[in-house]
Structure formats: structure tokens, C-alpha cells
Design a protein around this ligand. Structure first.
Ligand SMILES: CC(=O)N[C@H]1[C@@H](OP(=O)(O)OP(=O)(O)OC[C@H]2O[C@@H](n3ccc(=O)[nH]c3=O)[C@H](O)[C@@H]2O)O[C@H](CO)[C@@H](O)[C@@H]1O
Ligand SMILES: C=C(OP(=O)(O)O)C(=O)O
Length: 417
């Protein structure tokens, strides 16, 4: 399974460059199916989820090869619309293939997607949206089939601004006949990135970044070169890593507007940050205050930063309340942080965190991707050695994590087996 072994207590210092965004590149790679030919996607992070997406595309008949930080995907030879169950189970983002496959070929066959154990994560809103465009669904033993003779634009009201449902509907609608309007759409930066990619392919999508997205269907799309946005969650994780070790780190190649909510909370807690263009300098402080955090859809505080922030608050001065409103089971890291000496009590969907003076190293388990990141952060400041088990979760979302942290002065190594 593999583990990280961290010797805590070292200040992080220096510069770190942020990789491409996992949550932007995955729908974009799925979206390459829409264009018949070779797309060159740039700033592709080397992550487990990206490798799975590449394997899925190859299973469908596409050719995909990596060149430095590029992934070249040729979807001309695509000859299957069925994703095998063992690949579906490997990650959540396989579900993004529904929209592109039905858009280009009028059909798909998938099974329930995998992903982090942070909640039940139904796909009813994806299905509702695709149905509105004309997709007929058939559910069998462990599979879900979708077919459409023709896709027709529709007005779709999402009950919740689901990121994945918004993306799937966008990708199905670009080749539908007529106009689609998605109301209460998700506003995350990754949606804007997908809109930009689709429009370069020749689609007509407007409004991403707001809660109404309008898509005018076109007849055909063509392949392009495209570069994905930097990862705002990796950015936030390194800001916290610097702050929590009282370090002094320049975080480079970022889009600060994408993590304003995290920056605002760090500043409220007393961390000094200098934002300058696409760089953020974190100036380490000896102490910081507890603050309350509530996760919300963008532009609110991202659920994907909640765990890492909880580690930060676990050694703040005073108490904090962390409330998780997006996923119903995303506070599991609290148990592991408690093993390291944190004082955290769970009440419903909130964690009451009372700052302690120090954490101490022990063996802890990553229960999901960001919980794993939170434990790595805890390991960086803990007294003694921390062993973070099940790091395959962390490999889903952080490129070159040990190298990046080691370059900043952390003592972290990976042990396989
Ligand atoms: C690959 C990717 O981009 N993953 C991100 C995406 O996940 P994902 O797209 O799965 O997240 P959603 O925005 O869809 O989910 C948010 C909430 O809506 C619920 N829901 C969602 C769809 C649906 O059909 N029915 C339903 O009830 C979910 O269970 C969850 O409680 O956005 C999340 C919220 O910002 C992030 O944490 C994930 O990192
Ligand atoms: C929950 C996450 O990812 P996914 O939706 O791919 O499971 C995440 O990136 O924190």
C-alpha cells in the first residue's frame, strides 16, 4: 500500500511551483472524446487519476501518449463506448465520460464510479440533466447504459450546483441540437476551464463562472492544443504547509483569485501573505488564532481544503469550528489527528477544534485524498516520526509531493509495500 515517513519540526523555506489542476484536467481529458482527432493537453500533472483516465481513453480505442507535461490524445480510432467496471471503480472522474460519449456517439455503458470515501456521492443530477437532453437510461446488474437517437437542447435546473453534473451536461450539450441553459450551475474555476477548452474545440458555451450557463449546440468540434489551469487545492495545501511550519515559502504559478476564501481565512488567523501576480509568498508567524470555517460551493471555502485547514487549526490559539456542508462523511481525519494529540470533537457535520501546543508523531491512516494531505501537514509539525499509511489516496491528487516538500526542507520519504 505504501506510506510516507515524516520527521517533523522542520521549517519549510524556498519556492514551489504548482502543477496543473487534477479537477480541471480530468473533465478536459474526457472532453477530448468530443473532437475527432489529436488534442494536445498541456500542464498535465502526473497523478494516479490522470493515469486511470488515460487507461480509460485507451480502452475506448483512443491513442494517448505522455510527453513531458503534455498528454497527447488521439480519439480518431475510438471504437467502444463501454468502460469496464474495474476502471470505473478506480476513481470518481470516470463518470465524466457519459456526456462526451453520448455527445459524440449517442451511447455509453458505465457502472457506479469510485472515488474517495467522503460520502455517498450519487449521480442523480448527472442523469437528470442528460435525460433532459434526450438520453434514455437503462440500469442493469451493476451497469448503467445511456442511449440517445438525437440530443436536443433543454432548460435544466440543478437542485444543487454539482460540479460533475454541470460538466457532464456541458459536454453532452455542446453537440446537441439547439440551446441548453443550465440554471444553478456550479461556478468552480474548473468549470470555466472546461468552457474555455470546449470553446477552443469550436463549441459555443457562455456563462461559466456564474450560476447560469448557456450552450448553443454546434454540428462538429475539432481538436486543439490546450493548457489546464494550476491546481488551486495544491496551492492552498502549500500555503498551509508553509504557514503551519512557520516557514517562508514562495508558491509560484498560481491563480490567487481561485483561492481567495482560503487566503482570507489564513489572513483572519494571522498569517502574513504577499500576493503578487501569479505568486504568493507566505511569511511564517510564530502563532495564529483559531477561526471558524464552513465549506460551501465556490466561491465559498472549498471542501477539498477543509481537512488540511483542520490540521492548521489544531495548533492555533483558541478554538475553531469547522463545518462541512458539501459531503456528509468528510471529517474522518479528525480521528487520526486526535491520535496525534489534537483536541477535536465532532458534533454532527462540525468539528470543534481546540488548539493544542503541539502534535506528536505516530502511525495514522489516510482515509481519502485530502485527509491524507492533512496528515502529511500534521507530520511536518509533529514531534518525532509520523507514518502516514494508505498513501495511494494522496497519489491521486498531488504531483511530486515528496520532491516538492523535500526541496522546501521537509524530511519526508516514501516507503512501498
Ligand atoms: C473530479 C472532481 O472535480 N472532483 C471534485 C468535484 O466532485 P463532484 O463533481 O463529485 O462533486 P459535486 O459538486 O457533484 O458534489 C457535491 C455534492 O452534491 C451531491 N451530488 C452530486 C451529484 C449528483 O448527481 N447528486 C448529488 O447529490 C454530492 O453527493 C455532494 O454532496 O467537486 C467537489 C465539490 O467541490 C470536489 O470536492 C471534488 O474534488
Ligand atoms: C474529492 C476529491 O476528488 P474526487 O472527486 O476525484 O474524488 C478531491 O480532489 O479532493
Amino acid at each position: 500500500m505504501g506510506r510516507f515517513i515524516i520527521d517533523g519540526g522542520h521549517k519549510l523555506q524556498g519556492e514551489v511551483t504548482i502543477s496543473g489542476a487534477k479537477n480541471a484536467v480530468l473533465p478536459i481529458l474526457a472532453g477530448t472524446v468530443l473532437a475527432d482527432g489529436e488534442c494536445v493537453i498541456g500542464r498535465v500533472p502526473k497523478l494516479r487519476d490522470v493515469r486511470v483516465m488515460k487507461e480509460v481513453l485507451e480502452t475506448l480505442g483512443a491513442k494517448a501518449k505522455s510527453e513531458e507535461d503534455k498528454l497527447i490524445v488521439d480519439t480518431e480510432g475510438l471504437n467502444s463506448c463501454e468502460i469496464p467496471e474495474e476502471l470505473m471503480r478506480k476513481m470518481r472522474a470516470t463518470v465524466f465520460l457519459m456526456g462526451p460519449l453520448v455527445g459524440r456517439f449517442g451511447e455509453f455503458k458505465i457502472s457506479q464510479p469510485g472515488g474517495c470515501s467522503i460520502g455517498t456521492r450519487p449521480i442523480d443530477l448527472h442523469i437528470k440533466g442528460l435525460k433532459a437532453l434526450g438520453v434514455e437510461f437503462k440500469q442493469g446488474h451493476g451497469y448503467l447504459e445511456g442511449k440517445a437517437e438525437k440530443l436536443t437542447g433543454a432548460e435544466i435546473h440543478l437542485d444543487f450546483p454539482s460540479v460533475g453534473a454541470t460538466e457532464n451536461i456541458m459536454m453532452a450539450a455542446v453537440l446537441a441540437e439547439g440551446k441548453t441553459v443550465i440554471y444553478n450551475s456550479a461556478r468552480e474555476p474548473e468549470i470555466v476551464d472546461l468552457q474555455n477548452f470546449l470553446n477552443q474545440l469550436g463549441a459555443s458555451v457562455r456563462g461559466a463562472g456564474t450560476d447560469v450557463i448557456k450552450i448553443q449546440g454546434v454540428k462538429k468540434l475539432h481538436p486543439v492544443d490546450y493548457q489546464v489551469i494550476p491546481d488551486r487545492i495544491e496551492t492552498g495545501t502549500f500555503l498551509v504547509a508553509s504557514a503551519i511550519t512557520k516557514g517562508d515559502v514562495l508558491v509560484k504559478d498560481v491563480i490567487p483569485e481561485h483561492i481567495e476564501a482560503v487566503i482570507a481565512k489564513l489572513v483572519e488567523a494571522g498569517v502574513k501573505l504577499n500576493v503578487d501576480g501569479d505568486q504568493i509568498q507566505v511569511i511564517g508567524q510564530d502563532k495564529w488564532q483559531g477561526v471558524n470555517v464552513k465549506t460551501l460551493p465556490y466561491p465559498g471555502f472549498a471542501t477539498d481544503m477543509q481537512s488540511q485547514f483542520m490540521t492548521f487549526l489544531s495548533i492555533a490559539e483558541g478554538a475553531s469550528i469547522v463545518t462541512e456542508t458539501i459531503f456528509e462523511n468528510r471529517l474522518k481525519h479528525a480521528d487520526e489527528l486526535r491520535r496525534m494529540g489534537a483536541d477535536i470533537k465532532i458534533e454532527g457535520n462540525s468539528a470543534i477544534v481546540k488548539g493544542v501546543k503541539k502534535l506528536s508523531g505516530t502511525t495514522v491512516e489516510a482515509t481519502d485524498l485530502r485527509a491524507g494531505a492533512a496528515l502529511v501537514l500534521a507530520g511536518l509539525i509533529a514531534e518525532g516520526e509520523t507514518r502516514v499509511e494508505n498513501i495511494y489516496h494522496i497519489d491521486r491528487g498531488y504531483e511530486f509531493l515528496t520532491d516538492k516538500l523535500t526541496n522546501l526542507g521537509a524530511k519526508i520519504r516514501r516507503e512501498e509495500g
